[in-house]
Design a protein around this ligand. Structure first.
Ligand SMILES: O=C(O)CCC(=O)C(=O)O
Length: 229
């Protein structure tokens, strides 16, 4: 079910909220200018060297979101240095400014500058949701010895984000609206919580953000790939 705020539009300010230990939603974290810059950057990244595509699960099902990655190539459900299944090119490196943004995000979400300092994401996974795209409940556990938080930035249309528990895809879970400019960080005790996006809401984006239709989500991660034994 949608949160009460979504039912009444912008009447109430959206409050920062800790959903579970280590899982923090910070509404309107990005300025309009930062959102515009990120959309522009996503458009460039989507062109390649390894272009945005619809990945297929090992079971043969095409994902409904379209994905492009930076730093490390991701395919369900592992990371690789190069896109071996698509010509072998290396993906675009992680820009320093995006790493710095990730550090600020963690520091702000946890209100702990040291947590931000300690965070160095080495990959970004950018998902584009056209109308009708969704993401089933899953854990982000492809990262080697996953410990560092996942930083999620939303752009464009609003979505229903479902944040669940550590054991199962089913209830209990909490539904939150993620709007353009929102930050969501999940780490610490919540790092491996199930989560998903059952729905996006068409025509809810501020056109000034620069996406005419759909939603972009950027997640920053520390894959731990360089620390593998
Ligand atoms: O689109 C979102 O907000 C969530 C994306 C997600 O769950 C993921 O990339 O693992």
């Amino acid at each position: 079910m949608a949160t009460p705020e979504s039912a009444v539009g912008g009447l109430f300010p959206r409050e920062r909220r800790t959903l579970a230990p280590g899982a923090v939603h910070v509404p309107d974290w990005l300025t309009l200018e930062q959102q515009q810059e990120l959309v522009k950057a996503c458009r460039g990244w989507a062109r390649g060297p390894v272009p945005m595509w619809r990945a297929t699960t090992p079971g043969g099902q095409a994902m409904s979101v379209q994905t492009v990655t930076l730093g490390w190539y991701w395919l369900p459900y592992r990371y690789s240095r190069t896109a071996d299944d698509r010509g072998g090119a290396a993906v675009e490196p992680m820009p320093d400014w995006l790493i710095a943004m990730g550090k600020r995000a963690v520091a702000d979400a946890y209100e702990d500058p040291a947590a931000g300092e300690a965070y160095t994401p080495d990959s970004a996974l950018i998902n584009f949701y056209d109308e009708g795209a969704k993401m089933g409940m899953h854990q982000d556990d492809d990262e080697h010895d996953a410990r560092a938080p996942v930083v999620s930035l939303s752009l464009g249309n609003r979505c229903l984000f479902r944040f669940g528990n550590l054991e199962t895809r089913a209830k209990p879970y909490i539904d939150v609206d993620l709007c353009s400019g929102d930050l969501f960080v999940f780490g610490r005790e919540s790092r491996l919580a199930f989560h998903g996006v059952p729905k996006t809401f068409p025509s809810t984006a501020d056109p000034r953000v620069g996406i005419t239709t759909g939603r972009l989500n950027i997640t920053l991660r520390d894959t731990g790939m360089d620390r593998r034994r």
